[in-house]
Ligand binder design. Structure first.
Ligand code: HEM
Length: 432
């Protein structure tokens, strides 16, 4: 039982890897100090915001709590914030502008609104309905490959990592599809997008290279690939991807985007939907297997698929936190926030807020209402919500007939990150 707010740890990446999400600490904060000035030696202080209503208030005031301030993601004092390293050799050699925000998440209105509009047309519910049958087809194919792998591994007395054998595949294949990338390129995207979070499989590290050098090389290969795509679509008559053609031609406040802006844009669209959706899928499988009554309920009534997708998103909450900077004084739930202060919203905590969700620690695949915060809220509300929901629906649908034949195996590991987390490995085997 945790008693002292001064001792709690909700900011260290290793904590998330070693012990999972700090549910007890967030419960305590919601109960006793919902807007809490969090001060620790190894991080710049911030207001920890843990209640549902207060997260909505912060997100609903983008003029007061801006994204374009000095901090957007938690980082320890000796770490560089993700995507915030400034210009490296890649950018310098191309004469990029060091003041340019890396992507739309770092922007505020009006620019943010215009930049977002340049791609939001591709992620509407209507577009996803058109792609659903294709996602189903891809998911069934990936599920078949996975089951073959599972049977073979189980026969050898081994387990299979569900994250890489299944969960990681559709999110990249689907975004590749929407962007009109060549078939099969998603395999390269998988490698590169893992490099963004500093993970490179040992066989991809070249002799004499350190892990961080291999990660940097992969990141640059990814950016070179995106640069090639942009250039191919700038040619007269455009390139093969209708999506990239439209992005290249889009006018943002009267001007077309330059290479730096377009590469950043494609980078976030590919990166943002990758580990988030994968973590929801792996966490969703774990939740269903750990709650066999809910698993059986879904198998008996596949019409519960839609509400299962929503409950999996609430339950797993793959995005842990985002920061904002206050531009002026603000009273948040009776606490005075000063201009310049940083606030940190903890979405998973909002998703377990007993003031909003009945029995929030119950995994209930038919939960209604279920207004979870996993995609954020307000101006920056996840652009890929419809896509993520469509992908999850396709993946869970393909898994339903297989669920009774899968069981969890020992050795699961979690991602050491305070922005996006979940299982890095989820070993499973064929059920006895
Ligand atoms: C389960 C999967 C996903 C989760 C949990 C998730 C969650 C989030 C969250 C919490 C935000 C910030 C919202 C805010 O600040 O209010 C966000 C923003 C964003 N997401 Fe997602 N996301 C997911 C999948 C995707 C996918 C598939 C894409 C692909 C296009 C995507 C693209 C984006 C983009 C571009 C933004 C920035 C939007 C902006 O700043 O205007 N996300 N997402």
């Amino acid at each position: 039982m945790i008693r002292d707010l001064g001792d709690i740890d909700i900011h260290r990446p290793r904590r998330y890897a070693e012990q999972g999400y700090p549910w007890q600490e967030w419960d305590l904060l919601r109960r006793e100090a919902p807007v809490f000035w969090y001060e620790r030696d190894d991080i710049e202080p911030f207001w920890a915001v843990t209640r549902y209503e207060d997260i909505m208030t912060v997100s609903g005031h983008p003029d007061v709590f801006i994204n374009g301030g000095p901090r957007l993601r938690l980082a320890l004092k000796d770490e560089t914030e993700l995507l915030r390293g400034g210009l490296d050799e890649f950018g310098r050699s191309r004469g990029w502008d060091p003041e340019e925000p890396p992507d739309l998440t770092f922007m505020d209105d009006p620019r943010h609104r215009h930049v977002r509009k340049a791609s939001s047309w591709a992620f509407t519910q209507g577009c996803m309905r058109g792609l659903a049958a294709h996602f189903d087809e891809l998911a069934v194919g990936f599920a078949e490959e996975f089951m073959d792998e599972l049977q073979a591994a189980t026969a050898r007395g081994e387990s299979v990592d569900f994250v890489h054998a299944f969960a990681a595949k559709l999110p990249l294949a689907a975004v590749g599809e929407i962007m009109g990338l060549p078939d099969g390129d998603w395999k390269k995207l998988l490698l590169w997008s893992e490099a963004i979070i500093g993970e490179v499989p040992p066989e991809q590290i070249r002799p004499g290279e350190t892990l961080s050098e291999a990660a940097e090389r992969n990141m640059n290969e990814f950016r070179t690939y995106l640069e090639g795509l942009v250039q191919a679509h700038r040619r007269p008559g455009g390139g093969p991807s209708a999506f990239i053609n439209r992005l290249v031609e889009a006018e943002v406040q009267g001007r077309k985007m330059n290479d730096q802006q377009l590469i950043g844009y494609l980078f976030v669209l590919i990166g943002a939907g990758n580990d988030t959706t994968r973590n929801a899928t792996a966490g969703g499988l774990a939740a269903l297997l750990e709650h066999p009554a809910e698993r059986d309920r879904l198998c008996a009534d596949p019409a519960l698929l839609g509400s299962t997708v929503d409950e999996v998103l609430r339950w797993t909450s793959p995005v842990i936190s985002f920061l904002r900077t206050a531009t002026r004084e603000f009273e948040l739930a009776g606490t005075h926030i000063a201009a310049g202060d940083t606030v940190c919203m903890f979405y998973p905590s909002g998703n377990r807020d007993e003031a909003r969700f009945a029995d929030p620690y119950r995994f209930d695949i038919a939960r209604t209402p279920n207004d979870y915060l996993s995609f954020g809220y307000g101006a920056h509300f996840c652009l890929g919500t419809n896509l993520a929901r469509a992908e999850l629906a396709a993946m869970l649908k393909a898994l339903i007939p297989l669920l009774p034949r899968i069981e969890l195996a020992p050795g699961a590991t979690r991602i050491a990150n305070t922005h996006v987390s979940g299982y890095s490995k989820l070993p499973v085997r064929a059920a006895a």
